[in-house]
Design a protein around this ligand. Structure first.
Ligand SMILES: O=C(O)CCC(=O)C(=O)O
Ligand SMILES: [Fe+2]
Length: 270
């Protein structure tokens, strides 16, 4: 595994160096996007939302299933919450941060937006490696074929990650294959076995993530989440994702159907 070492900061605009790096590599990490205190308040908020959803017995939000598992204490927890900002003004403010609007420049000339009601909204992933966990890793994939499953054209998009735990590259976490966002559709569809392949790749790049860092990757970039070699709380990795999208606006609501890939993913346990 190669490590990504450059240090970028997201302030009041994107620098030329950010644009160039992203164009070549298909990803970028901005350090210290949020303070540790802010991350702490987000984690508190997520915990409140989780308790509320569990209490109300919510299984799906806008047609997207929540992913349940056990935390290291053996208690029921939610390992993937979608549309989280619909439950929280604090989270709405986080995704409404004006600095995120500068990321639109990565998608120019397309007109891009962040919409808490489209795709899976604001997603909160809670990976942990423990006996009752159902989510400790995610196999190689790009974020685009979901559009194909949904019967839509592949439109340019970014996935914006806000990291809520420290995760040195040795502990697993996000891995990307730099430059693969420039490959054609065939490689995008058949480059690896979607979600099933979670093998190391000599081209992959890992990150020493600190809580509060922001990662951005192109929807066409191959990436995965490598499982932590640790167990229990030490293996825990929480990260929020919100997509920045282009093309037709298609908001979801409580009547939205469950997409095909979510129906099969629960069966094959990916
Ligand atoms: O958890 C991560 O860092 C990546 C998640 C991801 O790739 C996805 O949800 O599509
Ligand atoms: Fe992804």
């Amino acid at each position: 595994m190669n490590k990504f070492n450059s240090t970028f900061y997201l302030d009041d605009r994107l620098e030329q160096s950010h644009l160039e790096f992203f164009k070549n590599m298909g990803f970028i990490v901005f350090r210290n996007f949020l303070s540790p205190q802010k991350v702490e308040s987000i984690l508190q908020e997520v915990s409140t939302i989780e308790t509320q959803l569990l209490k109300e017995g919510v299984q799906k939000i806008n047609g997207i299933p929540l992913k349940f598992g056990k935390n290291p204490d053996g208690e029921l927890s939610i390992q993937r919450i979608c549309f989280a900002s619909l439950y929280s003004n604090l989270l709405k403010d986080v995704i409404g941060d004006s600095r995120l609007m500068h990321l639109k420049d990565f998608l120019r000339p397309f007109d891009a937006r962040i919409n808490e009601n489209e795709k899976d909204g604001l997603v909160i992933n809670n990976y942990v490696r423990t006996k009752g966990s159902s989510f400790s890793k995610m196999g190689w994939h790009t974020d685009c074929p979901r559009d194909i499953f949904l019967g839509q054209r592949i439109m340019p998009m970014l996935n914006i990650g806000i990291h809520l735990d420290d995760c040195p590259a040795e502990n697993g976490g996000l891995r990307v294959l730099p430059g693969t966002h420039k490959q054609g559709v065939f490689k995008m569809l058949f480059g690896k076995k979607y979600f099933i392949d979670n093998e190391d790749d000599h081209r992959e790049v890992g990150f020493d993530i600190n809580k509060g860092d922001l990662s951005v990757h192109c929807g066409r970039l191959w990436h995965r989440v490598k499982e932590s070699p640790l167990y229990g709380l030490e293996s825990r990795r929480r990260v929020m994702y919100i997509p920045m999208i282009t093309g037709k606006v298609s908001p979801k609501n409580e009547l939205s159907k469950t997409p095909f890939y979510h129906r099969i993913s629960s069966k094959i346990k990916i």
